[in-house]
Design a protein around this ligand. Structure first.
Ligand code: PLP
Length: 956
């Protein structure tokens, strides 16, 4: 019997393809949408949008797509090539027990990992509460007045501390003192930054820190060898000469030893990794910075603060928004945009779960084990440094032999040099581990409890912690698993993430983060690898990293890629450092001008600034294109000083500039290098390659184009991709070769999330990636076309089409009605939507980027909401709705507003809450009304809200 009337095996299997799940619209819907925009096929549409000059002649040379099941099996074999040893390496990374309730309900929960940076305060209250817990935790433990909501890693945090000290100190010195007790990777990152900014480093013994004339000092407490030193006199001496004191520290140790704030630190940085975040071969983890209140306005990174909402209730928001890079631009003090929010949330929940007593218990147990091990080693004749928390510095040993002996039984120690090793214990250390370590070193523990009773603490007497910390109720309430589970759920429920709605943020590419991509991230073979584990144990990572680098080389047309940068902005920094080093290598080190079009993202000028370059802003024309003549003029004017042009392609205005090839030629003619900001690669993959049209270097945002989730504002990976002439100037790895230093503390940055992008590319294959790009273009054009009768699209390219995003211009409506882009953004919340990008790159506009993974259904839902909002604006225009008291100005509407016994507004409650009938079936209620930005900036308050504030609220 034949089955010719039923589908063939091949046809049936086609629907296994991951592509079918990743891309929102199906083929029939694609047809329908193409019809709306007036093109016969995706190919015809692509030809109409993308300039022929830059189009790739051949498909991407990537392996055929494979299914989710096959890809997971393949990456399993790669993971299995990593060997998970017991790590006692320390050096800033320690074993930790991620509470399973946090693992599953934060790290593996799309309600948390698919959220965006909390620019839209009202729909981000949950994650901002978690972040303010993080800030409170860091400020309390370090003894400082204020802390930020995470930085990228301890190394970059230390580099930021150096520049903060430079900006804020009274000293006129250009020298920064760094103690040689600082972790080596921190020193590396600080060196790179100092070199670019012409800051002179003095690296030396702590004693020099008191005497060397410097604008700041960087100390480590406890230091990299585990020793706890009393720095009070040094801090006093530094202050006396007008210098600031920066300290890198360990949050867990601070539960037992005096906080740096108590002995005179001005800035305190560190890594919160050991609060429940796995090693991950170096990242991602949340670093922190805490400082005196006096420096809060120059602090880098995000600061969550408390303000009031329109109903007078406390509400969180990003404080000091004016510090945002796209406003400060070339005056920016740092380029931190993406930080480490998801990991900061995890660390904060770890503190909420354990509370001050639990944390102290963990620290005390770790210290006891260390003290016991030290006692037994000393009994066996070993020499160990005094005053430690968790790390023993063992000297006068044959380090090579000892390390080899340890590895033979699955243990990693840290080699300091030929005659010394260190052993760091942590929360995961067991009695058996300590007995095993003792045996390894020819010591013997007969009865560990007996030895415990006979062994004193090794904490210096004058530095025992006396002050309280984490006294706020949030750290003293949710200690049972049920309580924590419900607390985390309650916070997640306040927020809108991609598990509930599209997030149409222009330039941010909020696309699907598929579950199959996420699964390998939490495998121990990726998670439990210390970044300094010997390469023989990390062959799986090597294969993953090299494989992904090759894939990205193919996607971009460049020749080499570094995965070290932890964010897009760090990728920019690495790329510009490569350009700088390249010019220097050709004796053209005087080239210091960086041309940047006015439409650029704020991180571009900030990164240029960090490389000591001078920014010259060039114009855009009325169509949103960069003004080629202005670039030519500037390139001619600064011909002998031109270092680089930074350009985003397709532009931040959402158009494919026709002249990009000519622009690259102009810059090259004048001796400059072309930096293409690759944040918009989602409009290019499989269609065109910047490395082939004349660009020299790009960063990619794996957390945009290549499916790493945004995590509420991080993690991210910002690979730096370069042509071959710049390849020697990519950042080196720790202990590796190369003339440019490290930009991140770990050699491969946020290595443990690289499986996400690897899985995406592997499951999509060459054709899938190209189709994704085409559907991203289609989705944006479909929205622009359907909204055209209602809103003006600001810029279009050839044939009246946009690229992968479109800018809706609200300015004409604002002039006519007083209703602006912000009102539309807030009104969308009443419809259950996250707003598009507000007022970037053009003030008064909304930039919409739907991405390929939004279905036609979701696009139409968004379009319906936008049309209904347009009708409301029209009603204001026509006078049927009041100019001031209308649902747009009062948005978002909370349940308490709508259900209160009084309703005083000039429009019906039903319109407030249910502007479309579908909302009666499913409704997101904003937890707060519109948040007052001005109040928040005038009354800066960046720690947990005293519980009384809520009490008063409940009594009203
Ligand atoms: C997102 C973005 C960046 C910065 O990336 P981060 O990862 O947030 O540092 C730079 N340029 C453009 C155009 C972007 O959209």
């Amino acid at each position: 019997m034949s089955h010719k009337n039923t589908p063939s095996l091949r046809e049936l299997e086609h629907h296994h393809a991951f592509l079918e799940r990743h891309i929102g619209p199906n083929d029939a819907e694609i047809e329908q949408m193409l019809h709306v925009i007036g093109h016969g096929s995706l190919e015809a549409m692509t030809d109409a949008i993308v300039p022929g000059k830059i189009k790739s002649p051949a498909p991407l040379a990537l392996p055929q797509a494979i299914t989710e099941v096959e890809a997971l099996a393949k990456i399993r074999t790669i993971a299995d090539k990593n060997q998970v040893f017991r790590s006692f390496i320390g050096q800033g990374y320690y074993g930790t027990l991620t509470p399973n309730v946090i693992l599953r309900n934060i790290l593996e929960n799309p309600a948390w990992y698919t959220a965006y940076t909390p620019y839209q305060a009202e729909i981000s209250q949950g994650r901002m509460e978690a972040l303010i817990n993080f800030q409170t935790m860091c400020a309390d433990l370090t003894g400082m007045e204020i802390a930020n909501a995470s930085l990228l890693d301890e190394g970059t945090a230390a580099a930021e501390a150096m520049t903060l000290a430079k900006r804020s100190c009274k000293s006129k010195s250009n020298v920064f003192f760094v103690s040689n007790g600082v972790h080596p990777q921190t020193l590396e990152v600080v060196k790179t930054r100092a070199e670019a900014l012409d800051i002179e480093l003095h690296i030396g013994d702590d004693a020099d820190g008191a005497t060397v004339d410097s604008f700041g000092v960087l100390l480590q407490y406890p230091n990299t060898f585990g020793q706890i030193n009393d720095y009070k006199a040094l801090a006093d001496a530094a202050h006396a000469r007008g210098a600031l004191v920066a300290v890198a520290t360990d949050l867990l140790a601070l539960t037992l030893i005096a906080s740096p704030g108590e002995w005179g630190a001005d800035i305190v940085v560190g890594n919160s990794q050991r609060f429940g975040v796995p090693f991950g071969n170096g990242g991602p983890h949340a670093a922190f910075m805490a400082c005196r209140d006096a420096y809060k306005r120059s602090m880098p990174g995000r600061l969550i603060g408390v303000s009031l909402d329109a109903e007078g209730k406390p509400a969180y928001r990003l404080t000091l928004q004016t510090r945002e890079q796209h406003i400060r631009r070339e005056k920016a003090t740092s380029n931190i945009c993406t930080a480490q929010v998801l990991l900061a949330v995890m660390a904060s929940m770890y503190a909420v779960y354990h509370g001050p007593e639990g944390l102290t218990r963990i620290a005390r147990r770790t210290h006891r084990l260390a003290a016991i091990l030290a006692a037994s080693l000393r009994q066996a004749g070993h020499t160990i440094g005094p005053d430690f928390f968790d790390t023993l510095h063992v000297v006068n040993v044959d380090a090579d032999a000892l390390i080899a002996k340890a590895q033979a039984i699955g243990i990693n120690l840290r080699q300091i040099h030929g005659q010394s090793v260190s052993i760091s214990l942590d929360e995961t250390t067991t009695r058996a581990d300590v007995i095993g370590l003792a045996t390894l070193m020819d010591a013997c523990i007969d009865d560990i409890d007996e030895l415990d009773a006979a062994t004193a603490d090794a904490l210096p007497n004058g530095l025992r912690r006396q002050s309280e910390f984490l006294t706020h109720p949030v750290f003293n309430t949710h200690h049972s698993e049920h309580e924590l589970l419900r607390y985390m759920r309650a916070l997640a429920d306040k927020d809108l993430a991609m598990d509930r709605t599209m997030i149409p943020l222009g330039s941010c590419t909020m696309k699907l983060n598929a579950t199959a991509e996420m699964i390998p991230v939490t495998w121990p073979e990726f998670g439990n690898i210390h970044p300094l584990a010997p390469v023989a144990q990390t062959q799986g990572y090597k294969e993953l990293i090299e494989g992904l680098e090759a894939m990205l080389v193919e996607c971009t047309g460049y020749d080499a890629v570094s995965l070290q940068p932890n964010s897009g902005a760090q990728g920019e920094y690495a790329g510009l450092l490569a350009i700088r080093a390249y010019h220097r290598s050709r004796n053209e080190g005087h080239r210091d001008i960086c041309l940047i079009p006015e439409s650029a993202h704020g991180t571009n000028p900030a990164s240029a600034q960090m490389c000591g370059m001078t920014v010259v802003v060039t114009k855009c024309d009325a169509n949103g294109n960069v003004d080629v003549e202005d670039i030519r003029r500037a390139a001619e004017k600064y011909s002998d000083r031109l270092a680089a042009l930074m350009i985003t392609y397709p532009s931040t205005h959402g158009v494919f500039e026709e002249d990009i090839v000519a622009i690259c030629e102009i810059v090259h003619e004048h001796g400059g290098q072309v930096y293409t900001d690759g944040a918009n690669m989602n409009a290019l993959v499989g269609v065109a390659k910047p490395g082939k049209w004349g660009s020299d270097v790009s960063h990619l945002n794996l957390h945009k184009t290549f499916c790493i989730p945004h995590g509420g504002g991080g993690p991210g990976v910002g690979p730096c991709a370069v042509k071959s002439h710049l390849a020697p100037f990519l950042p080196r790895t720790l202990g590796g070769e190369g003339s440019v230093g490290m930009v991140s503390a770990a050699s491969y940055g946020s290595a443990s999330i690289l499986p996400i992008s690897w899985m995406y590319i592997t499951m999509m294959g060459s054709q899938g990636l190209r189709k994704a790009t085409q559907v991203a273009l289609l989705n944006a054009n479909y929205i622009a076309k359907r909204l055209a009768p209602h809103y003006e699209t600001l810029y279009t390219g050839r044939n009246g089409l946009v690229a992968h995003e479109c800018i809706l211009d609200l300015r004409p409506l604002k002039d006519a009605t007083g209703i602006g882009a912000e009102d539309v953004a807030k009104r969308l919340i009443d419809f259950g939507f996250h707003a598009p990008t507000l007022s970037f790159p053009v003030a008064g506009t909304l930039m919409v980027e739907p991405t390929e993974s939004e279905s036609l259904h979701e696009l139409d839902r968004f379009i319906d909401a936008m049309i209904q909002i347009r009708d409301e604006i029209r009603a204001v225009e026509e006078g049927t709705l009041d100019r001031e008291d209308n649902p747009l100005k009062n948005a978002p509407h909370t349940a308490t507003m709508v259900a209160g016994s009084e309703w005083t507004h000039a429009y019906p409650r039903e319109l407030a809450a249910f502007p479309l009938p579908s909302l009666k079936l499913q409704k997101y209620w904003s937890p707060v009304a519109r948040v007052d930005n001005v109040y928040g900036d005038k009354n800066i308050m960046c720690a947990c809200i005293p519980i009384d504030a809520y009490k008063e609220e409940a009594e009203v």
